[in-house]
Ligand binder design. Structure first.
Ligand SMILES: Cc1cc2nc3c(=O)[nH]c(=O)nc-3n(C[C@H](O)[C@H](O)[C@H](O)COP(=O)(O)OP(=O)(O)OC[C@H]3O[C@@H](n4cnc5c(N)ncnc54)[C@H](O)[C@@H]3O)c2cc1C
Length: 413
């Protein structure tokens, strides 16, 4: 049986390994850490957010950017010493805010996300983990219609044009769905086809268990490099033994950049650090996830409580978490849900693996014939893990994936 090696046991790596296995590959996942534990897949907000088709930055937020970036409690912050390192990434991000680019990116993401749910359903049914998924949609809330018009109408327009279903909610409807919501929020948008998991770590673990039960293997080590013959990778070097490979998929989240470079591809991958506070006894009822439009964070009901998560901080991989940002998240959450109890809590910070055009890299290496990339999923890696795995498996089999992968190629930069 031909051997496939997947580097990375996050949501993307495990979903890809599962799809490759169903295609008949003998698959080994290389990661020193247990599935779903070490990376962003552990602590994300759990939203299968198939509605978010627009890129993270658009021209209209640019005037607000300098003040936001330097305020450590704002939804978007940068530690000033990281600015010189980040500058080339920011320049690319600015280029991606050109209206024609935003249009192009939204269309590409829309075509990919249109298949995300179906790709997940296959894995979820196969692993029999439907109880980990709640199909109630996701609600964005705003103070009022004027705020929505000014700040979110463009996003709704992209979503509408990309076929994303949604329902506008007035004050009464919002209150019926979320009695605990502050009266400061009077307008909502319900994205009815979105869903969420009640525990992203358990979801990845469960998919990994099914993969292992079907004969998939884990090689507990850190990938350090590659052995090649001509235009083929023949093995993955690790800090322990080498692992032979007829096919290689690099899906190591934020840590993919140095490994991609060893495979001849330089990618502008950087970390958008995100934070969460998990509240074990929140004291309020919440039926479905809420994204708060004016402060840009999410509140997700999960199996073990309520997760308050989000915000973006640029400070690289090594800086410790900034406790001010956890406090800011809690402050915002208490304002949005005045009855929220925050005494029992755990805190987490993780790295969104982000490319400046808000699109992941999905597709073959231009240099090595048996190498595929699946990383850089930024804010939507949980959402698009399964469709990425499906697309890579299709491409490796010589089939066309369900969406056009050209805009996602590694050499687009
Ligand atoms: C606060 C926050 C909230 C978020 N909310 C959402 C959300 O609601 N919905 C959504 O879709 N997305 C969300 N995201 C984004 C999402 O979590 C990520 O895009 C996604 O988890 C990335 O998955 P991954 O498998 O690519 O990487 P990761 O989960 O980071 O996994 C990478 C894996 O690679 C391994 N690895 C690294 N280097 C090596 C090496 N050299 N050798 C072997 N293994 C290696 C690591 O140990 C790790 O297990 C959120 C992110 C954050 C931070």
């Amino acid at each position: 049986m031909a051997k496939a090696v997947v580097i990375g046991a996050g949501a993307v790596g495990i979903a890809t390994a599962s799809y490759l296995q169903r295609e008949g590959w003998s698959v080994t996942v290389v990661d020193r850490e247990p599935p779903g534990l070490a990376g962003a897949s552990f602590g994300n907000s759990g939203m299968i957010a198939t509605h978010i088709v627009e890129p993270i930055a658009v021209r209209s937020i640019l005037p607000k950017l300098p003040r936001m970036l330097l305020d450590p409690t704002s939804p978007l912050a940068i530690r000033w010493w990281y600015l010189p390192t980040l500058l080339p990434w920011l320049v690319r991000l600015l280029k991606a805010t050109a209206p024609a680019e935003v249009e192009r990116i939204s269309y590409a993401l829309g075509t990919q996300l249109a298949h995300a749910d179906e790709a997940y359903r296959f894995l979820i049914d196969d692993a029999e983990v439907e109880p980990l998924i709640q199909r109630k949609g996701i609600i964005d809330v705003y103070p009022d219609m004027a705020f929505l018009e000014e700040n979110a109408a463009y996003a709704l327009d992209f979503r509408r044009r990309n076929g994303v279903p949604f329902v506008m909610l007035g004050d009464n409807a919002l209150r019926n769905l979320m009695p605990a919501l502050s009266r400061d929020y009077g307008v909502g948008v319900h994205f009815t086809a979105a869903s969420h998991t009640v525990d992203p770590f358990l979801l990845v673990s469960a998919l990994a268990k099914r993969f292992e039960a079907r004969g998939g293997r884990f090689h507990r080590a850190h990938a350090t490099g590659f052995e090649t013959t001509g235009e083929q990778v023949t093995a993955v070097r690790t800090d322990e033994a080498s692992v032979p490979a007829d096919l290689l998929v690099l899906a190591a989240g934020i840590w993919s950049r140095p490994l991609a470079l060893k495979l001849g591809s330089l990618v502008p991958l950087d970390s958008e650090r995100g934070y969460h506070v998990m509240l074990g006894a929140p004291g309020i009822e919440l039926a479905l996830p809420v994204t708060v439009g004016d402060v840009r964070f999410s509140v997700t009901p999960m199996a073990s409580g309520i997760r308050v998560g989000g915000t973006i901080e640029f400070a690289g991989l090594d800086a410790p978490p900034n406790p001010v940002r956890h406090e800011a998240l809690l402050g915002h959450a208490r304002r949005v849900f005045p009855g929220l109890k925050t005494e029992i809590q755990t805190r987490w910070m993780g790295h969104r693996p982000s490319l400046p055009d808000s699109m992941p890299v999905i597709g073959p290496s231009p240099h090595l014939k048996n190498v595929y990339f699946g990383f850089g999923h930024g804010h939507l890696g949980l959402t698009s893990a399964a469709i990425t795995g499906r697309a890579i498996t299709d491409m490796a089999a010589g089939r066309r994936p369900p969406f056009d992968p050209t805009p996602f190629r590694v050499d687009r930069f």
